[in-house]
Design a protein around this ligand. Sequence first.
Ligand code: PEP
Length: 258
Amino acid sequence: MSRRPIIAGNWKMHNNREESLKLVSGIKDAIQNIDLDALPEVVVAPVFTSLHVVSEKICNCGCAKIKLAAQNCYYEAKGAFTGEVSIDMIKDFDAKYIIIGHSERRQIFGESDEMINKKAIAIIDAGLTPIICCGETLEQRELGVTDSHIASQIVKALDGIKPSDVANVVIAYEPIWAIGTGKTCDSAEANRVIKGIRATLTQIAGKENADKVRILYGGSVKPETIKEQMAQSDIDGALVGGASLKVDSFVEIIKGAI
Ligand code: PEP
């Protein structure tokens, strides 16, 4: 089963409009001579306030090579939800993906599995694709509960979603102890956990659908690590934080996935 790899940059709470424009322009220029067919799917996830400028930069130049993602959303369509942004509002900027369940959202903002499930359902209903993050803490890893914890996160996130829709979601396995720490999870171990995620997806949605799901690794991905990560049987790309904030390192990671 061949799955088109994704290299997605999660810019987190970095970059004002000008900085966002500079970054996306740099990425666009650096990949312009690479054939679309050769590239992985390149995704950038700016802050909400930069979605407009980044979207204009990508769409005005007909740059099919870069797709837009939001870092979060709310599942209700509209109403008295101060500070939240709906999926239709994100769709307005031609975004294709929305990252949900990032460990920073779970840990700092207290997002529950139930909330992540509601977001996943609403994103799919709106015709967009959720990038659903999962991952264990260092304590859970040391306790030996990594696999069961991740299986539980996946089952809860996908509750009530049709098997044929499960096939289109993107999962990002991001061990929390590897995020922003410079400590990358051993590639073979990341691959083992990701195989476990695919086994869970098979139970939920059947083998044919599970085989279509792209599962990314995230956690201190760097230009030096990407080739080994992409050489693994079940790693279909990367969700990149810190190294996505500089044109050079992000482009090297994109090239490492070719
Ligand atoms: C992330 O935030 O999703 C992430 C993986 O960050 P970093 O690459 O900086 O570890």
